[in-house]
Design a protein around this ligand. Structure first.
Ligand SMILES: C[C@](O)(CO)[C@H](O)COP(=O)(O)OP(=O)(O)OC[C@H]1O[C@@H](n2ccc(N)nc2=O)[C@H](O)[C@@H]1O
Ligand SMILES: Nc1ncnc2c1ncn2[C@@H]1O[C@H](COP(=O)(O)OP(=O)(O)OP(=O)(O)O)[C@@H](O)[C@H]1O
Length: 293
């Protein structure tokens, strides 16, 4: 039985989404929050394998497959079903998910998988959909799915669906997660204020690392109250000499920025030795031209 995307006709990467900064600027009548977020994606992520099949199949592997195997409902199969419906039917497919990203961790794992499934199936089925129709399916699957469809540096506004591409250089970083899942709705609910100023991005392109250091994630204070491990794992990145440390999305994953990939690799190795029960990964963010579109 194929147990890795390498055995499939097509392999689609599902890069992790990093909110380098995030402002909550308002709240819609339906309860969803308005955001202003500087977003990038990493070379590290899940991988999706796709092959034609006699009947639909969905299989899982990877270090975090166990957290999902028991669940009948997955964003991958929901993306497959929704796309097939929009196309008015499509052939059976075997989809394999290699789950490398911690689940419910603020780096959009499920959203990245859903977006990679949409991209991969359109290629496998040699089908096309108008941009707006594809984005509507993405948004139906989750607020983060449209940005994951793009998988390139961008600014996201609205509830995450209003996307403006951005020229952001590749950054070396360490991802750190205490392996405690954090509920996104619970973090939004625990916000002290839903009416905060937008991100100040004017002039940021002159020195991105310095500009990023001066920004913030409004979801970090409520997430820290709900999950005390976030403070501890942030501290560990600071002790490992990251130049900037911040939480991504609704947590609990934090990232540390480093001046080079070598420095990030060395920090991740040292952190893994010091904290063997936490998750660390050194990676590089994708540039504008690495994106899926
Ligand atoms: C926090 C972020 O990760 C930042 O990129 C995203 O906004 C969350 O995106 P996501 O996980 O794809 O979110 P969804 O699955 O659509 O929503 C989960 C829940 O988060 C809350 N939610 C999400 C997005 C948003 N802009 N406002 C919200 O209030 C809602 O309670 C929603 O029921
Ligand atoms: N393929 C998938 N990968 C991860 N989670 C999935 C998947 N399919 C469904 N889920 C469900 O979605 C929930 C949120 O998981 P996910 O890893 O996407 O959260 P997240 O990293 O916090 O995302 P975000 O940054 O968008 O808030 C999980 O608790 C799980 O029940």
């Amino acid at each position: 039985m194929p147990d890795s995307p390498a055995h499939f006709a097509l392999i689609e990467p599902a890069p992790a989404k990093i909110n380098l900064a995030l402002a909550v600027t308002g709240r819609r009548a339906d309860g969803y929050h308005l955001l202003d977020s500087l977003v990038t994606f990493t070379a590290f992520g899940d991988r999706i394998g796709l092959s034609p099949a006699e009947e639909d199949r969905f299989t899982l592997s990877g270090p975090f497959a166990g957290a999902l195997a028991a669940e009948g409902d997955n964003l991958v199969t929901r993306a497959r079903d929704r796309l097939r419906e929009a196309l008015g039917g499509a052939p059976a497919v075997h989809i394999h998910l290699e789950k490398n990203l911690p689940v419910a961790s603020g780096i959009g794992g499920g959203s990245a998988d859903a977006a990679a499934t949409l991209r991969g199936l359109l290629a496998l089925w040699q089908a096309g959909l108008p941009h707006d129709a594809l984005n509507a399916i993405a948004l139906y699957l989750g607020a983060d799915v449209p940005m994951c469809l793009a998988s390139r540096p961008l600014v996201a506004r609205g509830i995450g669906e209003a996307i403006a591409p951005l020229a952001l250089p590749p950054l070396a970083m360490v991802l750190a997660n205490p392996l405690v899942g954090v509920s996104t709705p619970a973090v939004f609910k625990a916000l002290a204020s839903t009416d905060n100023p937008p991100l100040a991005l004017e002039g940021a392109s002159a020195d991105w690392p310095a500009a990023i250091a001066g920004l913030r994630n409004d979801l970090e204070p409520p997430a820290r109250r709900l999950c005390p491990e976030i403070a501890r794992i942030s501290e560990s990145l600071g002790e490992a000499e990251a130049s900037t440390v911040r939480m991504s999305g609704s947590g609990a994953t934090c990232f540390g920025l480093y001046p080079s990939r070598e420095a990030a690799d060395a920090a991740a190795a040292a952190l893994s030795r010091r904290h063997p029960h936490w998750f660390f990964a050194a990676t590089t963010t994708l540039g504008a031209s690495d994106g899926a579109h």
